[in-house]
Write a protein that binds this ligand. Structure first.
Ligand SMILES: Cc1cc2nc3c(=O)[nH]c(=O)nc-3n(C[C@H](O)[C@H](O)[C@H](O)COP(=O)(O)OP(=O)(O)OC[C@H]3O[C@@H](n4cnc5c(N)ncnc54)[C@H](O)[C@@H]3O)c2cc1C
Length: 393
């Protein structure tokens, strides 16, 4: 086989996993792997709440310490994909590059349009740094309102309350906190937040009146010295703007092998893709999903390049790991389709386990550099057991 060019757009968990799995193969000379990302670091998004609260200096890991040395790295942002002529264009205006196979792995985040005026967005490295700076300026007794109580909001509220006992932290949820956890899981989260002094407002929608004032659906006015928007993430518009097939949220539509039906040489992985319900209805936007999708996409791309049929994805879950500050956590056991089981581990042991899982994510990615195919993941539910789609994190 003559040398083919694989271009990977996005070097998060999915993109770097895929790049290493492809470039780490025993005979990598038949492939030229190029990775495109706007910055030369891997952002460990699963640690951004630690950075925001000041319990960790940075979530950035130098790309060269995780990405295979056999992969070319381009520090730039893709501005357009031309799927007909198979080219990627760049925001900087640099020469476009061609590809034989492309992986779309641009993840998720906030755009400034999503974040109400006056609120701090939260979800990328810059917003975490800005929030960190703001929190450090707040006086004793200042109020911090976190709007959005998915797992990200819960982790952020606990981390801030633990690091800044002098602040009044408020967590505002549209529904019940931890509604997708088991009864014992919910109880563990509530108890820990209560112990940290976090005020919880449930079944509450808010409207921003100005920088510091929120009105709740119950008609109350809440004044905050710092309001944080931690509600649902969106995906970048690159696929839609490039004329690729997307769902209503702008996620690239892929088939069961993670290839785009209209352009079979384009694959997708991670938060920015829509996997068919038949194999992915239970998958939520998460690192726990991005890593297997990245690895599976790499396998499917290899199959396509070698004219072999690509296998359907099978990916599921075993746990949900939630940090509740540095000294506590919750391990919620789940079925393969992410439905919570009764058994949970909580407290310090769970906090240590969560920390270990965060470290393992980097070990799994680095492991693929040394031995392609080393990363294994829990298989998905049997088709008959697939649950209805789960809300995004
Ligand atoms: C505070 C927080 C805590 C979390 N905790 C957990 C957790 O405990 N467990 C869990 O499973 N998940 C967790 N998540 C979710 C998880 O981080 C994401 O689901 C995961 O990062 C998705 O991986 P990805 O590879 O799809 O995308 P990302 O990690 O978002 O990476 C995408 C990459 O693509 C780049 N990119 C974007 N656009 C372009 C472009 N046009 N050109 C080139 N590159 C581009 C981005 O800069 C980024 O580097 C958490 C998220 C947050 C914010």
């Amino acid at each position: 086989m003559s040398s083919r060019r694989v271009v990977i757009i996005g070097a998060g968990y999915a993109g770097v996993m895929a790049a290493n799995r492809l470039a780490g193969r025993r005979q990598p000379d038949d492939l030229n792997v190029t990775v495109v990302n706007p910055c030369a670091d891997l952002i460990q998004r699963i640690r951004l709440h630690e950075v925001a609260a000041g319990s960790r200096a940075t979530a950035q890991v130098p790309m060269r310490s995780v990405l295979s040395g056999r992969a070319e790295f381009i520090e730039d942002s893709a501005s357009r994909i031309d799927p007909v002529n198979r080219h990627v264009y760049f925001s900087s205006g640099r020469e476009p590059i061609g590809y034989d196979t492309l992986l779309y792995a641009v993840g998720s985040g906030h755009t400034s349009a999503d974040v109400p005026a006056g609120a701090h967005g939260f979800g990328d490295a810059e917003s975490a740094s800005r929030l960190r700076a703001r929190l450090s300026q707040l006086d004793e007794g200042a109020a911090v309102s976190i709007v959005g109580a998915g797992l990200t909001g819960i982790e952020l509220a606990a981390e801030i309350a633990e690091q800044y006992p002098r602040l009044h932290v408020r967590l505002i949820s549209r529904g019940i906190i931890g509604s997708d956890l088991s009864g014992s899981g919910q109880h563990a989260v509530r108890s820990r937040l209560a112990a940290l002094g976090v005020e919880i407002l449930e079944n509450t929608d808010v409207q921003w009146r100005d920088d510091s004032t929120l009105t709740t659906s119950g008609g109350y006015i809440l004044t905050s010295d710092c309001a944080v928007w931690a509600a649902g993430f969106r995906v970048p518009g690159l696929a839609r703007d490039s004329g690729l097939p997307t769902d209503a949220e702008g996620r690239l539509i892929v088939d069961e092998s993670l290839s785009c039906p209209e352009y079979p040489e384009i694959f997708g992985a991670g938060d920015a893709v829509r996997v068919p319900d038949s194999v992915g209805g239970h998958l939520r936007m998460s690192c726990a999903t991005a890593l297997p999708l990245g690895a599976h996409a790499a396998d499917s791309m290899m199959a396509r390049l070698q004219n072999r049929p690509a296998a359907a994805l099978s990916a599921g879950f075993m746990f949900r790991c939630i940090s509740l500050g540095r000294r506590s956590g919750l391990i919620q056991t789940v079925a393969a389709d992410d439905r919570p089981r009764q058994f949970v581990v909580q407290g310090r042991l769970a906090g240590l386990a969560k920390e270990q899982v965060c470290r393992m994510t980097l070990s799994w990615i680095r492991g693929e550099r040394r031995r392609s195919g080393s990363f294994r993941w829990p298989k998905g539910p049997l088709p008959a057991d697939v649950a209805v789609p789960v809300e995004a994190r």
